[in-house]
Design a protein around this ligand. Structure first.
Ligand SMILES: Nc1ncnc2c1ncn2[C@@H]1O[C@H](COP(=O)(O)OP(=O)(O)OP(=O)(O)O)[C@@H](O)[C@H]1O
Length: 300
């Protein structure tokens, strides 16, 4: 399997503070990847490592099979749009395209010009006068016209209103279909990304909490609702992500690679938001959940 990003025991420290710890990831190529996590989770740090803007403190990362930013050719294979869509305020849209053509060996002028026309940007307009949505579209155009194999966006939706978000994601999907590239998008909210992402990485507290194909994650995570003693004998391979008790009722959110044959309990599927929230709550609690035998009430 071709990997877009492979990280092994990856860590990054700023001064005394670890922003990313023990990160193991194998992100397959050809996917639209959602990198989700709260403020300070380490998303920008991971993406900056993937682009070669910063170096690992521990472990290693490879992107499309090579060390990030190792060569000019490797740089050309990766497009990166940092947070706040950095553009030159005093340059016009057309000047941005000319600059892109000069700096990028694989630049596709047709794609860039067609796209600017389609989204109705005035080529003479200075970037500093564009709206947030227009800036995001210009940044997307510049990154895509590089014809990268991997396109990375750090929180591209944060400054956009709901309509601009939709338009941006729609444009992104068009580009993805045209470029056949792997795309990584980060966000605080999985709801921003769930319509477009087919692979999910949840980061919290500088650690990867869960990663995988969205459909596999949905197939292997469930909520079980039952009474005391209903869950005494969970299979060993079950990972309890979250346990809540109200009165006599116990609700477990768990990951199980096997079918759960529990009679007398309700088994519910989770949506992606519920799944991500369960992992974020577990990370916030700081510990992970104890092994089932220790956590669950014993049958009397
Ligand atoms: N250049 C830096 N110097 C010192 N600490 C940093 C630096 N960059 C990030 N950090 C710290 O590393 C941790 C992770 O930050 P990072 O920006 O990677 O998280 P994030 O998930 O992208 O957050 P946000 O969603 O708020 O942008 C935070 O505690 C942050 O304060």
């Amino acid at each position: 399997m071709t990997l877009a990003i492979e990280a092994r025991r990856l860590g990054r420290c700023y001064g005394q503070r670890w922003a990313l710890t023990d990160c193991d990831l194998r992100v397959p190529a050809g996917r639209i990847v959602g990198l989700v996590g709260p403020n300070g989770a380490g998303k920008s740090t991971l993406l900056s490592l993937a682009c070669g803007l910063i170096a690992p403190t521990t472990g290693s990362i490879s992107v499309l099979g090579s060390r990030p930013a190792a060569t000019a050719e490797q740089l050309a294979r990766v497009g990166f749009v940092a947070q706040d869509t950095p553009l030159y305020a005093n340059l016009s849209v057309a000047e941005h395209l000319r600059l892109g053509a000069k700096l990028n060996p694989r630049w596709d002028p047709r794609l860039a010009h067609d796209r600017v026309r389609r989204i109705g940007l005035d080529p003479g307009q200075k970037a500093g006068r564009l709206s947030g949505g227009q800036r995001a579209q210009l940044a997307l155009t510049l990154a895509a016209a590089k014809r990268p194999e991997l396109l990375i966006f750090d929180e591209p939706l944060a400054a956009l209103d709901p309509l601009a978000r939709r338009t941006f994601l729609q444009s992104l999907m068009e580009f993805v279909a045209e470029l056949a590239a792997t795309v990584v998008l980060s966000s605080h909210l999985v709801t921003d990304l769930e319509r477009v992402c087919d692979y999910l990485v949840v980061l919290a507290g500088g650690r990867v909490q869960v990663a995988g194909l969205a459909e596999d994650l949905l197939d292997t995570h469930h909520r079980l609702i039952g009474g005391q003693g209903d869950f005494d004998a969970l299979p060993a391979e079950v990972d309890i992500i979250r346990a809540e008790r109200t009165g006599r009722q116990t609700t477990l959110t768990l990951r199980s690679p096997v079918m759960l044959p529990y009679y007398g309990t309700q088994v519910q599927r989770l949506d992606l938001e519920e799944l991500v929230l369960a992992y974020l709550r577990r990370a916030e609690a700081g510990s992970g959940i104890a092994a089932p035998g220790r956590l669950l009430p014993t049958r009397s």
